[in-house]
Write a protein that binds this ligand. Structure first.
Ligand SMILES: [Zn+2]
Length: 269
């Protein structure tokens, strides 16, 4: 039996086949998303786009508990010492220098020697300051900086000799006091103060040019970590000349008691 198929029927069948192919193909494609449309996601991350959390409304001012002001019997002192030369009226100074007592000799320990050429002098500090100083020397050494003690603890008798020599040079006690503390008024009596040198720069010992040395730059950046501070920076409240070489240990409870008088002046001015 011969089946006759007209060209019109052939065209209809062809259209039907193409249409079916398109529909089936589309269904297939819908089941399996194309590779290019899948973004590979790293393990452990959320593949869906992150949604921003809805911002919470800010608490209203009334919801914040109010802090009762602390009653202060006296005006709050300024934390920044001002550049003045007049000490606080309740701190008795002599030419700007505060009174200090000699440290207990049994607390003094060696911190090494001041050595220049053939000259040598053994120096000591209170045990607390001595330990901190040794740690500081070691830390500086590790960075190529050589700190050397010039002068640590001094008795009142030592200081009298130094001061009398300055009076002879400068003509008066007032003039001498610009470079040296009168006996009984030196931080060196406490065992917590030390004059420091750059071992590599002998010409800067006890001179303003010490500020240009690597040792000073290092101290300025790091000494506080070991409990040391400059006693007489520029424009200190005591009006004592800037002494970049002179540092004091202040962080132990004993040291902070010793220097309470100096700190009170810092706060009062
Ligand atoms: Zn000094």
């Amino acid at each position: 039996m011969k089946i006759r198929v007209s060209s019109a029927q052939l065209r209809s069948i062809g259209i039907a086949i193409v249409t079916a192919t398109i529909i089936i193909g589309f269904g297939w494609a819908m089941q399996f998303p194309q590779e290019s449309s899948v973004t590979p996601t790293p393990t452990g991350t959320v593949s869906s786009a992150p949604t921003l959390p809805t911002p919470k409304p800010l608490p209203t001012v009334s919801a914040v508990p109010s802090v009762a002001p602390i009653a202060s019997p006296s005006p709050i002192p300024s934390a920044t010492p001002k550049a003045i030369t007049k000490p606080s009226p309740d701190v008795k100074t002599l030419y700007g220098h505060l009174p200090y007592q000699e440290d207990d000799p049994s607390r003094l320990v060696s911190i090494g020697k001041y050595v220049r050429g053939t000259y040598e002098r053994a120096e000591s500090l209170d045990i607390e300051a001595a330990q901190a100083f040794q740690q500081m020397v070691t830390a500086a050494q590790a960075q190529g900086i050589s700190l050397m003690p010039i002068s640590g603890f001094r008795t009142i008798a030592n200081q009298k000799e130094l001061f009398d020599r300055q009076i002879q040079r400068r003509g008066s006690a007032e003039a001498a006091a610009q470079l040296s503390a009168p006996p009984g008024h030196s931080e060196h009596h406490t065992g917590y103060a030390i004059d420091i040198a750059d071992q590599q720069q002998p010409d800067t010992d006890l001179k303003y040019s010490f500020e240009q040395t690597k040792a000073y730059q290092w101290l300025n950046a790091n000494a506080y970590q070991f409990g040391f501070e400059q006693s007489f920076p520029k424009n200190n409240w005591q009006g004592v000349s800037n002494e970049p070489w002179h540092w004091r240990y202040v962080v132990s409870s004993r040291a902070s008691q010793v220097f309470a008088v100096a700190k009170r002046g810092d706060l009062a001015n």
